[in-house]
Design a protein around this ligand. Structure first.
Ligand SMILES: [Zn+2]
Length: 252
């Protein structure tokens, strides 16, 4: 949030918060606390609760018990250890993400981070450091902030786990993956993220919690996890706000 316009928008919202009663982030109805939802809007979110796959974080349709790994994760194991998401990416969850990403609604990040901290409580209790998925530099310039870094900062201050936002960097923009053979796709994704050699010491032997707003195919999280593991991280878990239930593909 560096631009003058962004600063003014935030100042205006701050002023509104000070004089107006807090509003639901989903529908604008009056609510008791800032950065919150009304009862109806809570009901419009599809929370991911047990039972879900211990590796992929994807919900099971039938009860399998806790700590169970899906057949998909067994035949095609993800690069990371465990992934968790607060909700599925649909309807109001999508609006919250888009509001943050494209309309600078930073108050959405407060709510989303609270929900993520709850969904990822088990991962957070074991994490040594939190690292957000970085944006390409040109995208950061256009958007002025990285939504994953915003979420990571909030989750870090709520949990006390340190956030290292500068360690993982995005490599050069890769051409679309569509139509590429699996081997070429792997090569592309291998170059998608990097850790500078002088930063490797921050990762050595540490359990990293990788944070992003949305997980779609899992290929971004896979590539980022791979870069962190190759740079010396002991293990990587993934925490996102929303999971696109389908399509989900972990091989890269
Ligand atoms: Zn509402």
């Amino acid at each position: 949030m560096g631009s003058m316009q962004g600063i003014l928008v935030q100042a205006w919202r701050g002023l509104q918060d000070a004089v107006l009663p807090p509003q639901c982030l989903g529908c604008g109805a009056r609510v008791a606390a800032v950065s919150n939802l009304c009862g109806d809007c809570w009901g419009r979110l599809n929370f991911i609760d047990q039972p879900f796959c211990n590796r992929l974080g994807t919900p099971f349709e039938t009860s399998m018990g806790e700590g169970v790994t899906s057949a998909r994760a067994l035949t095609d194991p993800p690069v990371w250890d465990r992934a968790r998401a607060a909700v599925t990416f649909e309807e109001l969850a999508r609006d919250l993400v888009h509001g943050l990403k494209y309309y600078d609604r930073l108050e959405n990040a407060d709510l989303m981070a609270r929900m993520m901290a709850r969904a990822g409580a088990g991962l957070l209790s074991e994490a040594d450091i939190i690292i957000p998925v970085p944006l390409y530099r040109w995208r950061l310039w256009r958007r002025r902030f990285n939504q994953a870094a915003l979420l990571a900062k909030r989750i870090g201050s709520a949990s006390g786990v340190p956030v290292l936002a500068e360690i993982l960097v995005r490599g050069r923009a890769t051409a679309t993956q569509v139509g590429l053979k699996a081997a070429q796709r792997r090569v592309n994704l291998r170059k998608a993220f990097a850790v500078a050699p002088e930063n490797r010491s921050h990762l050595a032997g540490r359990r990293v919690l990788l944070v992003d707003d949305v997980m779609t195919t899992g290929s971004t999280a896979s590539a980022a996890s791979l870069a962190l593991l190759e740079a010396g991280a002991e293990a990587v878990d993934v925490l996102v706000f929303a999971l696109v239930a389908e399509p989900f593909r972990t091989h890269i």
